[in-house]
Write a protein that binds this ligand. Structure first.
Ligand SMILES: *[C@@H]1O[C@H](CO)[C@@H](O)[C@H](O)[C@H]1NC(C)=O
Ligand SMILES: *[C@@H]1O[C@H](CO)[C@@H](O)[C@H](O)[C@H]1NC(C)=O
Length: 435
């Protein structure tokens, strides 16, 4: 009978053999996940084919999530392998928990001597213990121009978590877990990079439409949207290390797996918004700062920052017709007679000033104003409360139709600002397979 460590060795060996065999025939330059916006939950979801035989699994994307986790209920697969305690994978996952005895019958999610992890639900902010495991996935390749053949990853590490009533609460209908692509050694980015010798780089392009998909591309390739290589438009700002996790429960030496950037100023129509600068820094306890989130549908700002932004924005839109506000927004205007522009409603631009004065992320009307009903547009920023853990959380709506490149090698974030300006969108990726 094979011991767990032999099993791990075996699956590792299999993994190597298969990826080497594949390399002879076809070696992908990059991989691709289609991303769908769920119009009711406002979550961004994807589908991954996992297990033997392959089953499509719907997952909500968490750009700051530290790994992929899946609800174990009904999990059937002949290629499922638990990750043993003490293994290298277990160590780099910073698990800290070993389940030595799981009462039989043993099944996915329940084995002896299994490395365990806390699966985090960012909507309920609840963490649930699950078993780390490796299983097969099939994922589409790409050259950055169009989608290519499916490739097979025999042992993708994830966490299989037994469903408690709260585990999937708050997730988009039908979603079975979270696809985490945060700053960790076991995120999908890190695993795809080591499986196919990619650089640890990925790009996210969220579509503003729930009718047509956006993409996440793993690997370093051009990013072509309707014949336009938008990588030429990338500007860069450093990714900032946050020494403390931003979850509700965490241990003292758990760094955050979220992507933080250094926001230093906000200008509306070129006018500086007065800000309490100390809130824009990350303190020793990991509080403050600015992060990117695909989990929050709209940008959240600490109350004093929000109030200052709102005040200047209102002053700069004085000539427009204010209408009663619509939840969850505070400030709405009539879009009658407002006209439009290539980059959305013609409202004052909002510039996020970053690490260097010359580097700004410009937010146009398409990303600042939300159409809540006919003729009503609301400023799509939300009061993040008095004392939030993170001062500014840049949410999904502000990211849509912008390409973001997360480069873990150079530790920087590349961003394009609105692709509408370049007359394309995130939905323009060519999903027509070249085979
Ligand atoms: C600025 O923020 C810090 C917390 O980061 C707070 O202690 C201080 O009172 C704030 N200053 C003002 C003027 O609001
Ligand atoms: C999409 O990609 C396919 C395969 O590479 C190609 O034949 C087709 O012309 C492309 N379509 C567009 C609109 O670029």
């Amino acid at each position: 009978m094979a011991s767990s460590s032999n099993l791990l060795f075996l699956s590792f060996f299999l993994f190597l053999t298969i990826s080497q065999t594949q390399a002879k025939t076809f070696r992908p330059k990059a991989l691709l996940l289609p991303v769908t916006k769920d119009s009711s939950s406002l979550q961004y979801t994807t589908q991954i084919k996992q297990r033997t035989p392959l089953v499509p699994i719907k997952l909500t994307i968490d750009v700051g999530g530290n790994f992929m986790w899946v609800a174990c209920e009904g999990y059937v697969s002949s290629s499922y392998r638990p990750v043993p305690c003490g293994s290298k994978t277990c160590k780099i996952s910073r698990s800290g928990v070993c389940v030595t005895q799981c009462p039989p019958p043993h099944r996915p999610g329940c084995h002896n001597n299994a490395c365990s992890q806390l699966s985090y639900n960012p909507y309920t902010r609840i963490s649930t213990l699950g078993e780390m495991a490796a299983d097969a996935v099939s994922i589409q390749s790409t050259d950055g121009r169009s989608s290519g053949p499916m490739v097979f990853v025999p042992g993708l590490v994830f966490t299989c978590t037994s469903s408690t009533p709260s585990l999937l609460k708050g997730l988009s209908s039908g979603a079975k877990g979270i696809a985490g692509i945060g700053r960790s050694q076991i995120s999908l980015t890190s695993q795809f990079a080591s499986a196919f010798k990619f650089q640890r780089i990925f790009a996210v392009c969220l579509s503003s439409s729930s009718q047509s998909n956006g993409v996440i591309i793993f690997g370093n390739v051009p990013y072509e949207f309707q014949l336009k290589d938008v990588s030429n438009y990338l500007k860069y700002t450093p990714l900032i290390h946050n020494p403390r996790s931003t979850r509700r429960y965490y241990s003292k030496d758990d760094p955050s797996t979220d992507y933080f950037i250094r926001l230093t100023s906000i200008k509306i129509n070129g006018r500086a918004v007065p800000l309490n600068m100390s809130r824009l820094d990350i303190d020793k306890e990991g509080k403050g700062g600015t992060k990117i989130s695909t989990v929050d549908p709209y940008t959240l700002m600490e109350r004093s920052i929000f109030a200052a932004v709102l005040k200047v924005f209102m002053e700069e839109t004085k000539g427009m017709t204010r209408v009663p506000s619509v939840n969850p927004f505070n400030y709405c205007i009539s879009s009658k007679n407002l006209g439009s522009s290539r980059v959305g409603p013609p409202v004052p631009t909002i510039d996020l000033g970053l690490h260097d004065k010359s580097v700004t992320w410009r937010i146009f009307g398409a990303n600042s104003m939300v159409q809540v009903k006919d003729d009503v547009l609301c400023l799509g920023f939300i009061d993040g409360g008095l004392n939030p853990r993170t001062s500014v959380v840049i949410g999904g709506y502000q990211l849509e139709d912008n390409l973001l490149q997360f480069d873990l090698v150079k530790r920087r974030l590349g961003f394009t600002s609105s692709l509408l300006f370049m007359q394309t969108t995130c939905a323009n990726f060519n999903f027509t397979s070249s085979v």
